[in-house]
Design a binder for this molecule. Structure first.
Ligand code: F0G
Length: 444
């Protein structure tokens, strides 16, 4: 295994080979070899799916039994039976995945659900602090397998941090395009620290991705954005792992934030596959939640998927500040297959939900809190029943965007201090002054 921090080998009963890798166009159905960098169908330009073995029957108990140590190292590669057969020697892993599923009834009450019905799967507990690591281990392993010379992405910050880390693990150069001045300092810092070449674009994420795709067409650059079908394969394991944590009893709804819509695409594929091979006996509904100022997919859903129009994105949740998501049609398929929902929540709703997630000691970055804000809205609108079992995905760690925390708690909103604002107090180094603070703290 190349470039891993963990010296234990990943046990793979089915040894992969490059010629076994296949991709299929979701638009024209054409199947092509997957032994090179691919991000669109050569015939029609459609979005691609990696092909995995679905002619198998996986018994949930036996499948979970196969996940005992020593195969626990990576929470991605242990689901290898439902991943493309990338040769083991090329795998680059940081022991990603294995993230917690938390239950806290303060969140459940806020969502409007019955006690014990709302869990949060915390993907911020990945090596670089976001769910992107699950996709990146597969993308960079594939890049490694096909002999890529340089890996690249456009990003609102988390993909770039993850790409930079996994490229460093693989010993590959990384090129990152980010919208100048529009990503959090923490994410920029990670990307710089892990050694990627960072290019700040005078434009938004959508312009950065378009520029990268054009460049990759002319130069030998391996794109690791979610247009890359292999990246999405790793993100499927968020769903496999949460289903396993629920004893393979599917919840009623899985809610997640939507930006470029790669995760929505991956979740739908994972659920269909888990259903097809017999791991679950029914499909949960997917609920994709967008920020109101960056909600072209919610608008597309609202008009019955009749006409799609990109928007100019604006939201405090910079991770999902995307006006023209690359995976719209794959995400549409996920929502249609699962009879799911798409909705949008305001920045104020996102920030209030985040403040509660933080306050109960779990913590997440702003975009992640769209999951809880969206579930609360869908329950309020009567679209999710109060006794439904719902899992919300928290996509990134609280430390990803510390400015958002400080702004919320230290600065007033339009209507004065925010709900639950927690302002530090400054006192002289004096016992009486501290005694007064102590008395106040005991009142809370
Ligand atoms: N949450 C977080 C924390 C993200 O970083 C992203 C996407 C999303 C949700 C949305 O996921 O794009 O699959 O719909 N971040 C990308 C990036 C765009 O570049 O880091 P999606």
């Amino acid at each position: 295994m190349a470039g891993t921090l963990d010296e234990r080998r990943i046990d793979t009963r089915a040894e992969g080979s490059l010629s076994a890798l296949r991709v299929q166009c979701m638009a024209c159905g054409r199947t092509c070899p997957g032994d090179q960098a691919v991000s669109a169908c050569a015939a029609c330009g459609g979005l691609l799916d990696a092909v995995v073995a679905l002619d198998q029957r996986l018994d949930p108990v036996a499948f979970s039994g196969a996940l005992q140590p020593p195969r626990l190292t990576s929470g991605v590669w242990r689901y290898r039976a439902l991943l493309p057969p990338i040769p083991e020697a090329a795998v680059v892993s940081r022991a990603e995945g294995n993230t917690p599923l938390y239950w806290d009834d303060r969140l459940t009450r806020y969502a409007g659900l019955a006690a014990g019905r709302f869990g949060v799967k915390h993907e911020g507990h990945n090596p670089t602090g976001s769910f992107k690591d699950r996709g990146m281990t597969v993308a960079i392993s594939h890049a490694n397998a096909v002999g890529a010379r340089i890996v690249a992405c456009a990003s609102t910050g988390n993909t770039s941090a993850s790409l930079a880390s996994y490229a460093a693990a693989a010993g590959l150069p990384a090129l990152v395009l980010i919208p100048a001045g529009r990503i959090s300092g923490g994410k920029l810092g990670q990307t710089i620290a892990y050694g990627a070449t960072v290019v700040q674009i005078d434009g938004d994420f959508d312009a950065a991705l378009a520029l990268l795709r054009e460049t990759a067409g002319r130069h030998d650059v391996y794109i690791a954005n979610s247009v890359n079908p292999f990246r999405l394969e790793g993100q499927k394991t968020i769903v496999f792992e949460l289903l396993e944590q629920l004893g393979w009893r599917a919840p009623d709804v899985i809610a997640l934030p939507g930006g470029n819509l790669g995760n929505t695409a991956a979740f739908g594929k994972a659920l269909s596959e888990a259903f097809q091979v017999g791991l679950i006996d029914r499909l949960p509904q997917l609920a994709t939640i967008q920020a109101a100022g960056a909600a072209p997919f919610a608008a597309y859903y609202a008009n019955g998927f009749d006409h799609y129009s990109p928007v100019t994105a604006e939201t405090v949740a910079t991770a999902i500040k995307i006006g023209d998501p690359a995976s719209v049609e794959r995400a549409r398929r996920s929502i249609e297959t699962t009879s799911g929902f798409v909705t949008a929540v305001t920045d104020a709703e996102i920030l209030d939900a985040k403040a509660l997630i933080d306050r109960v000691g779990i913590g997440c970055e702003p975009a992640s809190a769209a999951s809880l804000a969206g579930v609360r809205k869908l329950v309020g609108d009567g679209l999710i029943a109060p006794d439904a079992t719902v899992v919300g995905v928290l996509t990134g760690h609280v430390l990803k965007d510390v400015d958002a925390v400080v702004n919320y708690h230290l600065h007033d909103g339009d209507d004065g201090p925010r709900p639950g604002a927690n302002r530090p107090v400054t006192i002289p180094a004096d016992p009486d002054a501290l005694a007064k603070v102590l008395a106040d703290a005991l009142q809370h």
